[in-house]
Design a protein around this ligand. Structure first.
Ligand SMILES: C=C(O[C@@H]1C=C(C(=O)O)C=C[C@H]1O)C(=O)O
Length: 402
């Protein structure tokens, strides 16, 4: 590695170039919280690292937050909602590091010295101590689906999303950044993330679903994403045929978003869709909603919608309360950060929070894969099981092809 003379200022951009692997390995060796993300269709990834522990947040206030990364569980309050403040930012495209104004000269120098030794550091990642793996059997999952169908037909709820986990051993020679790079290559249209924090462990994912975003042009966006079928190779998406079950299921997510706008008395939104989109090996139905905040005076729309939306009926159900109750009583495990949300806030690219789907959690020598499927009165237990199998392949294939 080239010699490096640390600059005289505390903050600002360092001129030395580093690889993503050097930066992440160093941050983890120093036991710091780190988040890495690559936006759909973007060419480079960004990483942010905090010099302190992740901050525990009650309810995110997007508008007043400094630049950082949010990591929120499925059930708010059951696990901490974490904020990784962007003390250091790295761009994989330029290789440059940027330090925030409140980083001290000592912190900066310590990090750079550690970076220069990173090649000899053994790669590590944060493990979450209290993890118990409780895998649902195929029969158990199908029983829960049957029970959900009965409960829906009895009028107690309209839809519930049931999920499960599976474990996969980490392949020989496993390397965190090599796996992440494989995800980048395989899922160019996904939000590809890596989060490693002491309080939550280490998570990797390729999400197809935005929860809330406010971009640099001040446009708010969210989507209604639901309905799943395998993507057929070479077949144009326009030829996709959707059953009534999927159309209704996606319609419920749409209605839910509209009810949130209504609660906020917001009428000036744009709605486009539903259209078929491809996410990895799957297709979904998606409706895009946007609000131009330069025309509509609603400065807290991002935070207000985030509070109302999460967890949406795409990952929980409709109505929310009975669906959540059913999930807690029948899934038989704690979703933790799966189907929560994650993403950068007030970054130079704006605020972009995605639903934590098509993800896995890394333990010492195995990964826990997570997937769910939306159950309605029209569901078939075998098909729903199959759907969770397909969804798990998003991460499963990455581990098998390593
Ligand atoms: C729950 C998941 O996905 C969600 C559920 C979908 C469905 O039920 O069809 C589709 C997309 C996501 O909103 C998952 O990927 O685990």
């Amino acid at each position: 590695m080239a010699d490096h003379a640390p600059g005289n200022t505390n903050s600002g951009t360092d001129t030395q170039k580093y690889s993503l692997e050097q930066v992440v390995t160093t941050a983890l060796a120093l036991q710091l919280p780190v988040a890495v993300w690559r936006f759909p269709s973007a060419s480079g990834a960004n990483a942010c690292i905090s010099f302190n522990s992740a901050i525990h947040i009650e309810q995110p206030e997007l508008e007043n937050s400094p630049f950082g990364f949010f990591f929120c569980p499925f059930v708010v309050g059951e696990q901490p909602t974490l904020f990784i403040k962007a003390d250091i930012v790295h761009s994989s495209e330029t290789g440059l590091l940027t330090f925030s104004d409140d980083v001290t000269q000592t912190q900066k120098q310590e990090f750079i010295v550690a970076l220069q030794r990173s090649q000899s550091i053994k790669q590590n990642w944060h493990l979450h101590a209290s993890e118990t793996i409780n895998q649902q059997t195929e029969a158990g999952f199908k029983d829960a689906v049957a029970e959900a169908i009965t409960t829906i037909n009895n009028g107690y709820m309209e839809k519930v999303v049931l999920s499960r986990t599976a474990t996969h051993p980490l392949p020989a020679g496993f390397n965190l950044i090599a796996i992440y790079s494989l995800m980048l290559k395989n899922y160019p249209n996904g939000f590809v993330s890596l989060v490693s924090v002491p309080e939550a462990g280490t998570w990797l994912g390729a999400s197809p679903e935005i929860l809330v975003s406010v971009d640099t042009d001040n446009v708010f966006r969210t989507v209604a994403l639901a309905g799943t079928q395998p993507a057929t190779q070479g077949e144009p998406v326009g030829n996709a045929i959707w059953r009534q079950k999927e159309i209704e299921e996606q319609g419920m997510v749409e209605r839910y978003i509209l009810s949130c706008f209504k609660k906020l008395r917001l009428r000036e939104y744009t709605e486009v869709g539903p259209r078929t989109i491809v996410a990895g090996n799957l297709m979904h139905l998606r409706t895009d909603f946007s609000v131009d905040l330069t025309e509509v005076d609603f400065p807290t729309l991002g935070s207000d919608m985030l509070e109302l939306l999460h967890p949406t009926s795409a990952v929980c159900g409709l109505p929310k309360e009975p669906a959540l109750h059913f999930i807690k009583a029948h899934e038989g495990y704690n979703r933790s950060y799966y189907s929560g949300y994650l993403g950068p806030v007030n970054s130079p690219d704006g605020t972009h929070l995605y639903v934590n789907l098509r993800c896995m959690q890394l333990l010492k020598d195995q990964a826990i894969l997570y997937a769910g499927a939306g159950i309605t009165g029209e569901s078939d237990a075998e098909k729903e099981w199959q759907e969770t199998q397909y969804k798990m392949q998003t991460m499963g294939k990455i581990l098998s092809n390593f």
